[in-house]
Design a protein around this ligand. Structure first.
Ligand SMILES: [Zn+2]
Ligand SMILES: [Zn+2]
Length: 346
């Protein structure tokens, strides 16, 4: 379930999107720019009969709009957390997760094409399973590939992976707890296996094993709040980083021809997120049932997540008006905002 919280309409600070960023959208089909310009400029009204709220309307151009992209990433993370939470609360285990970020040296980047990125992600998961999963142990996790630099998104193609593993696994149908802290020697083994597998597939790199460009970054953490931020960060669209880089006003690489379009107009079928092991779509329901737990199917969860509930009484809210300007809404009413845990977004 998505989390919303009410703030007074008068506290809404309606900033404009950064002009430098907006000028990038001129390279895209005009309806995208005109859509993003209108993001959060209109309001809808929601009521449960007793309580009434306004909400900001999003533009739904999530590939090109940093606000929609963030809402979307947190929506995906919340859905994942919903499933994880059902399973962990059933078995009563404490949620912990390990994070492994797989980089690639500079000279490997251009060798890996877009269509090969799912394969790169499978290799990342296999490396984890080979090193951390002893015989017959079915780990669970999620892998995401990104193909741009977070800190300098204009600098071009830069494939890398963000993998997350959970401290619950299955062995012979039984649940077992696995440590998600990766000790030094296992991390060294992961580094070596990663380099070996990537070079076997895409050729040797001039960067040696000791070069930091092969070094997998690992840490571990726990709790649902931390997991939510980790997943939303990994799931985010490139526009989020592009916006950050542009609006910060620091150094930004001059992009090669077509790069902006490539970043902001992704094919609809691009699927950067993949669940693995017992958490993979085809396994998770089965493992849940083995714990006498019924996890609702994705479609059902999506239907559920579209519902908006009153933060005061918990009743479902219905939309009773939309397309309202700021002047047309009740200034004394409360605004319901999606809570991404820090910033406030529509
Ligand atoms: Zn938007
Ligand atoms: Zn209510």
């Amino acid at each position: 379930m998505k989390s919303y919280r009410p703030i007074p309409v008068t506290e809404l600070v309606q900033g404009e999107l950064d002009e430098r960023f907006m000028s990038l959208l001129e390279e895209l089909p005009p309806e995208i720019e005109s859509g993003v310009v209108k993001c959060r400029k209109r309001f809808s009204t929601w009521s449960d009969g007793g309580h009434r709220f306004h909400r900001l309307s999003l533009c739904r151009k999530r590939q090109a709009c940093p606000i929609d992209a963030k809402v979307y990433a947190y929506g995906l993370a919340d859905d994942a957390i919903d499933v994880v939470h059902r399973i962990y609360s059933k078995v009563g285990g404490k949620l912990e997760f390990g994070v492994l970020d797989f980089p690639l040296p500079r000279d490997m980047r251009s060798r890996i094409e877009d269509r090969e990125l799912p394969e790169l992600r499978r290799i990342g998961w296999k490396v984890i399973v080979d090193v951390l999963g002893e015989d017959g142990l079915k780990l669970g996790g999620v892998g995401v590939y990104q193909w741009w630099s977070s800190s300098d998104p204009m600098s071009g193609h830069l494939p890398h992976l963000h993998m997350t593993i959970f401290n619950m696994a299955f062995k012979d149908g039984k649940r077992v707890k696995v440590p998600v802290f990766v000790p030094r020697e296992k991390l060294d083994a992961i580094n070596a296996a990663w380099q070996l597998a990537v070079e076997a597939r895409w050729g040797a790199s001039k960067y040696s094993a000791t070069s930091k460009s092969w070094v997998v970054f690992a840490h571990y953490s726990g709790g649902y709040g931390k997991l939510r931020h980790r997943l939303a960060y990994a799931f985010r669209h490139p526009v989020v980083d592009l916006y950050k880089a542009m609006s910060r006003g620091g150094y930004v690489s001059r992009p090669v021809e077509g790069w902006i379009r490539r970043m902001l107009l992704r094919p609809e079928k691009e699927k950067r997120v993949q669940w693995f092991g017992w958490m993979a779509q085809r396994w998770v329901y089965q493992y849940a049932r083995s714990l006498s737990l019924e996890v609702p199917k994705k479609k059902e969860r999506e239907r559920e997540s579209r519902k908006v509930f009153c933060p005061y009484c918990g009743n479902e809210l219905q939309k009773i008006a939309e397309g309202l300007t700021r002047e047309q809404i009740d200034e004394s009413a409360m605004l319901l905002v999606f809570d991404e845990g820090g910033g406030l977004i529509g």
